[in-house]
Design a protein around this ligand. Structure first.
Ligand SMILES: *Cc1c(COP(=O)(O)O)cnc(C)c1O
Length: 366
């Protein structure tokens, strides 16, 4: 068997008609920038997240940058971030000349460790970015409570968690601002780059929208520093078609995760993902922890079962962001041990069984 890590062609087969029709509609009206599909998508996304404002963006990283700009983050400011994450939130903080203050993550869900969060605050702390990694939300009750105590806003990096819930509230509606990504491999992905910012704050929403369009108040009147961070109309049209199957895809991801838990439960050498009972993950990834990860991954690849490592190096150890003297035991352990196995909603049960058998064999052989 030769399995794909993500099978977007099977998804396209299913939604081809509506995707093609939606793209055709954009060609006929010709509003490739900020066309009606973008506004329609924003309304639907805001509704799904249970928030009042959604501003579609060029990608998730630009979304984080714009969110930080809207909060006025700049040189001399500090922003608390997790030590173990995709690099985008750290990158956005540094692009504005602010300093990322890293906090270790917790071993279960791999999200920012709220028991260590308070150590990150100083007089210069201006915001917290908490990532909802692998599709399950960080502990936002505790994060929001601490943020309130210190009077700073919270951004949820929900690039992997759009569609997830936390204590019956929805990801993207849990904090002052949330940002998601429509990178093709995310749970809700477009056919290129895309993202969105969410907030319930009218004033912030107004500022965010201006920043995404060159800081423009009215046409050619630039009242604040901005960027070009708009979502293409064609990507919005594609996302509108994909939203029709999104709920069933989330359900499928959940089923696949439950089956992985069953099939791999007796394999003592693997630690399965831990999602707290008050969270419903969208399983952007199904990420296990194991010893000898690289050798197991090589063996699986040779047998036709692809895997991925999210992520092989803690953010604070990356050459461009290295902070001398920092060392976090959990982040470093995770970087060595995490391995994601395929959880595409369009994989068959035979394919899933094959991945499990291949994984168990690869561990035995190592
Ligand atoms: C994918 C991702 C991003 C960035 O999204 P892009 O749309 O690729 O810019 C940010 N944060 C996390 C945690 C991600 O997984």
């Amino acid at each position: 068997m030769d399995i794909k890590f993500i099978n977007l062609d099977r998804q396209y087969e299913l939604i081809k008609q509506s995707v093609d029709e939606n793209i055709k509609a954009v060609h006929s009206h010709g509003h490739y920038i900020l066309g009606p599909e973008v506004a329609e998508l924003e309304v639907k996304l805001a509704d799904r997240a249970g928030v009042t404002h959604c501003i579609a963006t060029s990608n998730g990283t630009d979304g984080l940058l714009v969110a930080l700009m809207a909060l006025g983050i700049g040189p001399g400011d500090e922003v608390i971030v997790p030590g173990f994450t995709f690099i985008a939130p750290v990158e956005a903080v540094c692009l504005l000349g602010a300093k990322p203050v890293f906090i270790d993550v917790e071993v279960g869900g791999c999200n920012i460790d709220v028991s260590k969060l308070e150590k990150g605050f100083s007089r210069n702390t201006k915001a917290i970015i908490a990532v909802s990694l692998y599709g399950a939300c960080a502990e936002f009750d505790e994060i929001n409570a601490l943020a309130k105590k210190y009077g700073v806003p919270v951004i949820e990096d929900a690039a992997q968690s759009f569609g997830a819930t936390y204590k019956n509230s929805k990801s993207c509606g849990l904090t002052d601002i949330a940002v998601t990504s429509f990178f093709p491999s995310k749970p809700l992905g477009c056919y290129g780059d895309g993202g969105a910012i969410f907030t319930n704050n009218d004033e912030l929403a107004h500022i965010i929208r201006q920043i995404t369009v060159h800081g423009q108040e009215t046409r050619y009147c630039h009242t604040r520093l901005g960027v070009n961070a708009r979502l293409d109309t064609i990507q919005a049209a594609i996302l509108l078609a994909k939203l029709d199957v999104f709920d069933q895809e989330i359900e499928k991801r959940h089923e696949l995760a439950m089956r992985y838990n069953e099939l791999l439960d007796t394999c003592g050498a693997i630690e399965l993902p831990q999602v707290p009972p008050h969270c419903k993950s969208v399983y952007a990834q199904f990420t296990v922890k194991l010893a000898d990860r690289d050798r197991v991954a090589d063996r699986m690849k040779a047998s036709g079962a692809p895997t991925a490592v999210h992520y092989p190096l803690p953010a604070y150890k990356q050459p461009a962001y290295r902070q001398e003297g920092l060392s976090f035991p959990v982040s470093e352990m995770l970087a060595e041990r995490v391995m994601s196995i395929p959880i595409c909603p369009y994989m068959t049960s035979q394919e899933q069984l094959f991945v499990c058998e291949t994984l168990v064999d690869a561990i035995k052989g190592s």
